[in-house]
Design a protein around this ligand. Structure first.
Ligand code: ZN
Ligand code: FE
Length: 258
């Protein structure tokens, strides 16, 4: 049976591990030692590495891991590390684990950013490893892409089935909710997500994964076509914004003021 677990590393990163109790696929290993220790404690071996984008907190542990195991590293073409280049729609097959993952290109945070999707038949629901593109109640900063590119990427992810579970690369949920409440103070789904996230963090548990349907209801960056966020951002910038990419750009700029 396939399981997905988090290894917390650095300040607030999660390395997501997809495993069957024996072999482990590591998503965005930004450090080496905590991952080697985690695998050793459980008697598992690394099977492959998946990279979402080239930032150091996502790739910093790869060289060290490759000193211990000769395993494939899949990642986007502009990746700084030596890896097998992946592209939109490609299926990465791990027949020994009964698993395959589909690549989705999501430019915006970086131009080379990709997400990995495990389809429904393999584990109970769909599972999306979305790196720094989509965060719970937030999204990645636009380091390389345009607001229109990021908005298009997020729109694609938001269109996945509502039961899809998302695995973000950072524990940013509570900080994101603080900002989201500035945009939509009366959104009942956001208020409910806030109490859920507070209680999980009090128990020192990740606020992830979370479902796409929960994000569609509470994440202002996925709600740029709804009157609430459009009106709030229009008021903040004292202009009349259009639904979609226009409102997305404004909400992203508003959050960047903090
Ligand atoms: Zn990043
Ligand atoms: Fe990051």
């Amino acid at each position: 049976m396939i399981k997905i677990e988090a290894i917390p590393i650095l300040q607030d990163n999660y390395v997501w591990v997809i495993h069957n109790g024996l072999s482990a696929i590591l998503v965005d290993p930004g450090a080496t030692a905590p991952i080697l220790a985690w695998l050793k404690n459980r008697g598992m071996t690394a099977r492959a590495i998946l990279v979402t984008h080239h930032h150091h907190d996502h790739v910093g542990g790869i060289a060290g891991l490759l000193d211990h195991a000769s395993i494939p590293v899949y990642g986007p073409t502009r990746d700084a590390v030596k890896s097998v280049a992946v592209c939109e729609g490609e299926l990465l097959d791990f027949p020994d684990m009964g698993l395959n993952l589909k690549v989705i290109e999501t430019p915006g945070h970086t131009l080379d950013h990709v997400c990995y999707l495990v389809s429904e038949e393999q584990i109970d629901a769909m599972h999306l490893f979305c790196g720094d593109t989509l965060f719970s109640c937030g999204c990645g900063r636009l380091f390389e892409g345009t607001p229109a590119e990021m908005h298009a990427s997020l729109t694609r992810l938001a269109a996945l089935p509502g039961s899809t579970q998302i695995y973000c690369a950072h524990e940013y949920t509570l900080a994101n909710i603080a900002f989201a409440l500035e945009v939509e103070p009366d959104n009942p789904d956001l208020i409910a997500r806030h109490s859920e996230a507070l209680s999980l963090r009090r128990q020192n548990r990740p606020t992830l994964p979370v479902s796409i349907s929960s994000e569609r209801a509470s994440n202002p960056f996925l709600r740029c076509h709804e009157p609430g966020p459009i009106d709030a951002a229009s008021q903040h910038f004292n202009t009349r914004l259009n639904p979609g990419a226009d409102t997305f750009a404004a909400i992203r700029a508003w959050k960047d003021e903090d």
